[in-house]
Design a protein around this ligand. Sequence first.
Ligand code: NAI
Ligand SMILES: C[N+](C)(C)CC(=O)CC(=O)[O-]
Length: 497
Amino acid sequence: MAKRAAIVGGGVIGGGWAARFLLMGWDVRLYDTGPDARRRVEHMLENARAAMPGLWDVALPEEGRLSFHDELAEAVKGADWIQESLPERLDLKREVFARIQAVCDESAVIGSSTSGFRPSDLAEGAARPGQIVVAHPFNPVYLLPLVEIVAPPETGEARLELIRRRMREIGCQPLFLRREIDAHIADRLLEAVWREALWLVSDGVADTAEIDDAIRYGFGLRWAQMGLFETYRIAGGEAGMRQFLTQFGPALKWPWSKLTDVPELTDELVETIASQSDAQSGRHSIADLERIRDANLVAILRGLKTRDWGAGRLLNAGDRRMAQGPKSLEAMALTGPLPTGARAVPLDWTDYNGHMTEHRYLQAFGDATDRFLRLIGVDEDYLAGGQSFFTAETHIRHLGEARAGARLTIDTQLLMAEGRKAQVFHRMWEDARLVATAEHMLVHVDLESRRAAAPGAKVQDCLAKIAKAHAHLPRPEGAGAAVGRKPDRGAKDKAEG
Ligand SMILES: NC(=O)C1=CN([C@@H]2O[C@H](COP(=O)(O)OP(=O)(O)OC[C@H]3O[C@@H](n4cnc5c(N)ncnc54)[C@H](O)[C@@H]3O)[C@@H](O)[C@H]2O)C=CC1
Ligand SMILES: C[N+](C)(C)CC(=O)CC(=O)[O-]
């Protein structure tokens, strides 16, 4: 049975939590007293469906079910995780926690998205203070993995372990604070930069666009992959952090920062900031900016993934954890094409036509070939032994469009395996709709001589076993077709039965 989350308050943050839980296969019950919550959450979910599943190179679980509730009790009863995301008002949050604890399971985790309150503030007067923890996310919640966890001492090890597990299950990186402070870690840092930025505008030193440029063309890029301390360690040169502290230590005594003071948000300053922001970004609607932000974040996160670094390493661990399907040929039925791929189309795989761009088909089919090869025994040991397959020829047919977030599966039929050659035929599906096919001629090679050579005995055996089973399958429509040749008449895909 799917796990269940209750989201209390479905605004910018609650909507993001709802999307993350749903896309990770949880059922979500949402409670929000606002008039427009359903529309806002559905809009957020639409963005998340396009952006989030493509962060991983394996398929996410089936999307959970979303329901909206007018009664708080109905939403939270029986939930495994309850996430409060109400406006930042202590009285409101406390009052709602009391109502939640009156009806929820004692085993449920109650997380608060609060940006700044301590758990001891939130749990004052609560029936079970250890049940309420800060679980502070970052916007957009469905893309950014960090969640700061601040728990009171009453929470206990077993519940902390459960929180760690649950956060990992939905692709998050929990950061457990050693003790509670106002604004946790990240907002304390953000608040410092924010105050400085307000001073820079207030003093007329820079406008909002110039301040943003100072971040996004420079240190913002560094922070996405190494943070502050590792970055400054490198900036100290070969002597590292010690040299950095020696060189820039004196500056700490100079008036470089106005941290202790905050400019007064007079009507005039508010107007200055708002009109500069309009001039900077007003040509885009907020909905456009959300989509631009998501596409940028997906590209950065997937870039870090190829480097197996930071947030990208977390995504790679998720791929290993969530990979579905049999792990070996022995565990597979050979009576049909073999399942060799299941994934979503990443946002950064789409092009100006609004669908998956052509070279990404080859990437997805190439990954399916790699999976097929692993199944027949071409693994790290085999490669280290100096043997592999090269692709000698490829023919891809684009039969339907695939948009960002579309869930694709690939299956593979072995058309021929003789001596050094193997011919595979992949079909890519979105549900029962055939999206593309790819036919490849593979040649087995000796990696030392770089010349064609017979495969090892185990690989030959696997190929023979699959070839024998697949000889009974009908020849797939389009197999052996040349570019421009019409498909055989009467060809049918799964959709037509
Ligand atoms: N917006 C941000 O960038 C971030 C906000 N947070 C925190 O998340 C929490 C929520 O903030 P946002 O989502 O930005 O606010 P929001 O104003 O977008 O959403 C609050 C939602 O709560 C609903 N609501 C208000 N009173 C309610 C009640 N009595 N019962 C049920 N629903 C009610 C509103 O209709 C609204 O949909 C705050 O604690 C905030 O500090 C955390 C991280 C980032
Ligand atoms: C501005 N803020 C304090 C609400 C910011 C956060 O809490 C985290 C974020 O997403 O930047």
